[in-house]
Structure formats: C-alpha cells, structure tokens
Write a protein that binds this ligand. Structure first.
Ligand code: SAM
Length: 307
C-alpha cells in the first residue's frame, strides 16, 4: 500500500510540461545529444501537436493512452533509433517525407541539392521550349525527385519536363513510390531499379540534368554505427575505403549520360570536392566545374556543366 501522498500524486493528471521534463531527463541519461528536442518531438507526435503548441500548453493533461505511446517511443529513442524512423516521417524541404528502414533519412544538407536542381530546371524551362529531361540516380526515399516533381507538377503534366529516378535497392524504390503517390505525383515520374546509370531511359540516353546523392561515407566510419547510421541501410551510406567508390564510377560514366550543354549535380561529403573536381577534369569532356557550399560552409554540391 502506498502512502496517501503517493496515491494523490499518482492520481494527479500528468501535464505535458512535466512529461516533457521527465522524458528529457530519461533521454539525457540514455546518451541523447538533444534530449529536450527529442522529447518534445515524440510527445508532440503522440498528441498530434507541434513543439510551439507544447511550449504554449505546458499544463495540458496527457491521458494514459498517449503516455503509453510516449513510453514506448522513448524506449526506442533511448536505444538510439532515429526520431524519423519512430515517427515514420521527416519534415524536409517543406514537405513531409515518409521514412523507414528501407531507405536513408533525407539530410538537411541535401536540401541544397534539391534547391539547385530546381533552379537548373526552371532556368532551362524558361530558356527554350524543348522538353527538359531530368534524372536522379540513387533516389532512396525519393526526397529529391519528390521536391522536383511537386515544384514542376504542371511542366510534367504538359510534357515540358520528363523526370526519371532510379536506385539499386528495390525496397528504397517502394518507399520512393509511396512518397510520390502520397504527394499526388506518382504518375508523373518513372522509377526503375538498377546499378547507377544502368537502368535504360526511354527514348533519350543523355539527361539535361543528372542529380545524385550517392553513398559517400568511408566504410570505417559506417562501421562505427554512429548516430542514425546504425539504423540506416549500409548500402545507402558506404562509399568504400575513401567514400568515393560510387562517385568515381558515376563520374566515369558522365560523358555518355549528360547531354551537350547539360549539367550534373553531385552531392559530396566534407573534404571530397577536390578529388571529385580532379577526376572530372581528367575526363574527355569540356566542362565548367563549380561547387556550392551548404549552410555549414562545406563544399556540398559539385556542379558540372558540359560546354
Ligand atoms: C545517400 S543515399 C541517398 C538517398 C536520397 N537520394 C537522399 O538524398 O536522401 C544513397 C542511395 O544510393 C543507393 N545506391 C547504393 N549503391 C547504388 C548503386 N550502385 N546504384 C544505384 N543506387 C545505389 C542506395 O540504395 C541509397 O538509396
């Protein structure tokens, strides 16, 4: 039998503010680097509310069903599972992208790749009235292709833009297909499965715009399983001993797959841009190579323009 005081405390409604504070302590002890943020995201998810609402309503009483859900999710997070897999989505590039263990969780820095791809396509669509062909290799969850398809829905419907995407993982492509369908653009994009540029494109062989965020993490770093890497498919991360195996293979194939006056945009890891630039300059191809930095100041996207 507990004391009357314990019974009174147990019977008290548990407020959102209290549950967040307790959860943050639990996650800090479990080693999370962002315990308060994690707690707010999971508790907000259980209540169908965002963090701003939670901050404004610390007195909100959380019922037993929501507390049971939160307890289960906190245990998963305490074991290191990424929030995006627990919630089943990531808010990325102002879109809700479904995420699960079939594919890599889209990273904030990859928004630069999507943004740059969109600018390239927009510039081409206004420059002349030919059909623009855009191709994404290694689409994973489909996030980048989704951003392009949502932005250019009308151009795709009018046949001004043709958009194809591929990946070597059939499971990732299933998720990409679900994401495209959820945003109403599934019928506007062709998905195919295969190694790098192996999947044949209908009609054309060369794209006006080729976009790729290939696996570029060195194998020994993937093996540490740091952060979300322990939960994500290693084939989505592992770029070989220096991280550049797949980038080297793709760059070698660019001459046959990027059209005259076409552009390739490649996402690279920190410190990899120089090696990528050197390989491109050794190709039998006239190009102008530039790099774009992400918000952390890292050279993140290599832009290769055929001239
Ligand atoms: C870094 S993830 C990028 C996913 C997505 N584009 C993004 O930015 O979130 C790399 C993707 O490359 C795919 N991949 C790995 N090896 C490949 C290959 N040889 N050919 C095509 N895709 C490959 C993986 O399945 C994974 O989906």
């Amino acid at each position: 039998m507990g004391t009357p005081e314990a019974a009174r405390v147990a019977a008290e409604p548990r407020t959102a503010g209290r549950v967040v504070a307790d959860a943050a302590i639990h996650l800090r002890e479990a080693g999370s680097a962002t315990p308060r943020l994690d707690a707010e995201l999971l508790i907000g998810h259980a209540l169908g509310r965002d963090r701003a609402w939670l901050h404004a309503h610390p007195e909100f009483a959380i019922d037993d069903a929501a507390r049971a859900l939160v307890a289960e999710w906190l245990n998963r997070r305490a074991k290191g599972e990424p929030i995006a897999y627990i919630r089943g989505y990531k808010d990325w590039f102002s879109m809700r992208v479904a995420t699960d263990r079939r594919a890599l969780i889209p990273r904030p820095e990859t928004e630069l790749l999507a943004e740059t791809a969109i600018s390239e396509i927009a510039a081409r669509l206004v420059r002349d009235d030919a059909t623009v062909t855009a191709r994404e290799v290694a689409t994973g969850s489909g996030a980048v292709t989704l951003a392009i398809a949502v932005r250019f829905r009308t151009a795709l419907m009018l046949g001004r833009l043709k958009l194809v995407a591929s990946d070597i993982s059939a499971e990732a492509l299933e998720l990409a297909s679900e994401n495209l369908a959820a945003h109403g653009v599934g019928h506007l994009v062709t998905l195919s499965c295969g190694d790098l540029l192996e999947p044949a494109m209908e009609g054309e062989t060369a794209a006006d715009l080729l976009v790729a965020n290939l696996p570029y993490v060195p194998s020994d770093e993937v093996a540490t399983g740091r952060g979300s890497m322990a939960w994500e498919p290693s084939a989505a991360l592992d770029g070989g001993s220096d991280g550049l195996d797949l980038l080297r293979r793709l760059i070698g194939a660019l001459p046959a797959h990027v059209a005259q006056q076409g552009v390739a945009l490649l996402e690279v890891g920190a410190g990899q841009a120089d090696a990528v630039r050197r390989q491109i300059e050794s190709l039998p191809l006239r190009t102008v190579v530039t790099t774009l930095r992400d918000l952390a100041g890292i050279e993140r996207v290599v832009r290769i323009a055929r001239i």
